[in-house]
Design a protein around this ligand. Sequence first.
Ligand code: SF4
Ligand code: FE
Length: 491
Amino acid sequence: MALMTANEYVESLRKLNTRVYMFGEKIDNWVDHPMIRPSINCVAMTYALAQDPQYADLMTVKSSLTGHTVNRFTHLHQSTEDLINKVKMQRLLGQKTASCFQRCVGMDAFNAVYSSTYEIDEKHGTRYHENFKKFLTFVQDNDLTVDGAMTDPKGDRSKSPSQQADPDMYVHVVERREDGIVVSGAKCHQTGSINSHWHIFMPTIAMGEADKDWAVSFACPTDAEGMYMIYGRQSCDTRKLEENADIDVGNAKFGGQEALVVLDHVFIPNEYIFLNGEYEFAGMIVERFAGYHRQSYGGCKVGVGDVVIGAAALAAEYNGVEKASAVKDKLIEMTHLNETLYCCGIACSSQGAPTKAGNYQIDLLLANVCKQNVTRFPYEIVRLAEDIAGGLMVTMPSQKDFDSDTVVGRNGETIGEICKKFFAAREGVSTEDRQRIMRFLENMCLGAAAVGYRTESMHGAGSPQAQRIMIARQGNIQGKKQFAKDIAGIQ
Ligand code: SF4
Ligand code: FE
């Protein structure tokens, strides 16, 4: 099958029986819901750019499984060049959407589960790798979006899955049948879950023998019987429900999406199971998925950062201060921070190596350093953006005020005219353009998009401490001690 167009992707979602709840109610036409649609538009961009000849080399690639042309978001990386192109593709998508475009979690899950199932089969004689190859071929052939679902609710963090008072705190097998398994539990803050055709579930921590029933990985359709989602709300999200509030929304076209995904006794046929009790491999899947997704942030957040820097520069220009040396210096600092993140994304990709299964994996230490920097630099970038923009980005009246005909002035001036008079930009720049860029920055720095640019930079792909554990493991302190000993003459 050919690659889907953006429109075909949107239409394909309508055919699913995905169960979505928001504000305490079931949403039937969620595809056209004003709070959800921007996140769908964002995933649709991964389809639209793949149709654009200008981006063909970045967005499409020959499948290692079938030799057909597939969207890179469904690809198994075959070289360090593929890993680098992945990061470049994510930067491009960030530049085009200024949001989280969601489809990367599936790509990162494909690559982690592909290599892990190979090694599980090698040890246990299971057939998970064949299952996975068959599943991924189906995904590539149909150009599907798949959610990579990892983060369990976790309950009492001091306890392992099997020690929890409520076993559902981690996704687990409740019944083993001849033809498959029945699973229950949930995954929290699932990026793009509702907008995905299928899900791949993976464990979220390394596990011991007692946790066998929780060591499970599988694929299932998003509308599987027993599965539903409760939509995660974002700061200022109800602005999207207001009429004529496009400017106030800040980024009316695109946005991210997170949801709570619940599995209530969902049946998974044997052919979609990729791990079922081989607990010693849970940690491998987590480490590899997290590694790929930490690499991803050296692309997507950099692309979004490009737009934030551009918006700050426009705000300065509209205010007539773009030539001030202090402003120029802040833009240089923002660029320096953003490109440092890109360096990290490219570095961990260029130092990648083949796994036993043959697909390429990033350098884990460098990928974790990449993400650790992402937990910091976007915060400094938005601090500088707010500094340049000025307080107006959070104090400006609403679009309704700017549009209002209500008379307030002594000479019959309307509220709209008063707003336009006092919020005028420098000559040659319309007040509306100034409004737009201020509201866009508000959205990026502390509105709905801040979910994707700030808090997701902190906690997405693992919180900072998770990277520090990996940095400690991969940092080779013993080897470094030896360098010092050799030079200092210590036996
Ligand atoms: Fe992709 Fe970035 Fe969103 Fe993760 S946070 S899904 S890498 S855009
Ligand atoms: Fe993320």
